[in-house]
Design a binder for this molecule. Sequence first.
Ligand code: SUG
Length: 446
Amino acid sequence: MQAFEANFDGLVGPTHNYAGLSFGNVASRNNEKSVANPKAAAKQGLRKMKQLAELGFHQGVLPPLERPSLKLLRELGFTGTDASVIERAAREAPELLAAASSASAMWTANAATVSPSADTADQRVHFTPANLASKLHRAIEHGETRRSLSAIFADEARFKIHHALPGTPALGDEGAANHTRFCSEYGAKGVEFFVYGRSEYGQGPQPQRFPARQTLEASRAVARLHGLSDDATVFAQQLPDVIDAGVFHNDVIAVGNRTTLFCHQRAFLDQPKVYDELRAKLDAHGAAFTAIEVPEDEVSVEDAVSSYLFNSQLLTRTDGRQVLVVPQECRENARVAAYLDSLGRRASPIDDVLVFDLRESMKNGGGPACLRLRVVLNDAERAAVNPAAWMNDRLFARLDAWIDTHYRDRLAPDDLADPKLLDESRAALDELTTILSLGAVYDFQR
Ligand code: SUG
C-alpha cells in the first residue's frame, strides 16, 4: 500500500533551560547554567516544521509536557500549595526542581520507538514510549508522552500504543534515537535496525566514561512487542569508545532512510558485519542497501559530536531525491562544511542539504533528528491521525502567536524557583490543548 514518512516534531516547552542534566551529553554539560531563550527555542523548532511542511514533507507536531512537574516533586515528598512545593524544592533540592522543570520532551526522537504497519504482526502501527530510565528528568516523560500519543493516534484499530518497558538499568530504552528503518518503499515491509550501547546479560564491551543508555535487552523487547520478524530486524552495538566521546544516542553518529545508511566510520562494533547483515536482510526484501560511511580522517568523531552532522534528517522529497537536514553548526565546522560541499562532486544518494538554526536546542545536545519522531503511515492511517496535529500555514500562525503570548525570552537557572513560571506554563498548555484538539491531556486539567 502507498505510504509515506511523517515527522512529528516536539514543540519546545516554556521551561526550556540549561541545567546540565545529561552526563555523557557534551553540549548539555558545556552549557550548564547558561541563560536560555525559550521563545527563540520554540520559534526555531517551529520554523523547521513550517519550512519542511512547505517543501511537501508530512509534518506533525507533538505537544510539550507539563513542566515543572508538580507530580514528581510531590512524589518526592514536597507538600503544600504548588507555590510552596516549588519554593521548598528550590531551597532544599534545586537539582530535583531542575529535573522536574526540564523541557526535554522536545526531543521526540526519544518519545517512542515506532514500527509501521507493514512490519508488524498485527498490521497496526506500534509505538513503545521510551522509559528513558537513565536520567531522572527524562524518566518522568513516558506516562505523559503516552497520553499525548494516544490523543493524536487514538484509533486503536490502527495504532497500538504500548506502555514503556520497566524503568530499570537492564531495560534502558531511549526510543527512536537508537532505531532506523530501511525499506524499498515506505509501504513495503522493511528491516528495522536497533542499535544499543550495552547488554545487561551479554559479554560485550562497555563504555568506561559515560553511560550506555540503551540495552540490547530493551531493544529486543521492543521488537517483540511490535511483532517484528527475525528476518526483518538487525541488532547492532555502538562502539563503546564513541559513547565515551559523547555519542550518547546512535542518532549522533548515524542516520538512515529507505535504503541509505549515512554514518561515521566509527559507529558500530564490527561495522562491516553490521553492513553485511543489513545488506542481506534488505536484499531478501527486494531492496539494495547503500552505506555512505564518513571516514575519521575527513570528519572526526569529535567533529561529528560538536557539529551534529549525523543528527540530521535524511528525507525523501516528492521527486524521489534525498535531502539532508543539518544544523547550522555543520556550516561552522570547516571539515564538516567541506564534507557537505563535496557531496555534490561524489556519486552520493544525498542530493541536497538544508541548513537550520536550532541553536537553542543544540546547546542541550538536540539537533534536527532529535527533535522529530518518524511515523510511517499509509493513507488510511493518515486519515485516522488527529487532524489538528498536522503543520500548515494556519497552525504555524496560531502557534507562532501562542509562543509570543506565553513564552519568556530569558530563563536563567534561578528563574526555575519562580512559581509564576508554573502558572505561565499551565496557561500556555491549557490553550495549546485547544489549538491541537488534544482534550484534557495534562494533569492540571483533570
Ligand atoms: O537526553 N538533553 C537531551 C538531548 C536529547 C537528544 N536526543 C537525541 N539524540 N535523539 C538528552 O541528553 C539536556 C537537558 C539539560 O541539561 O537541561 C538533555 O536532556
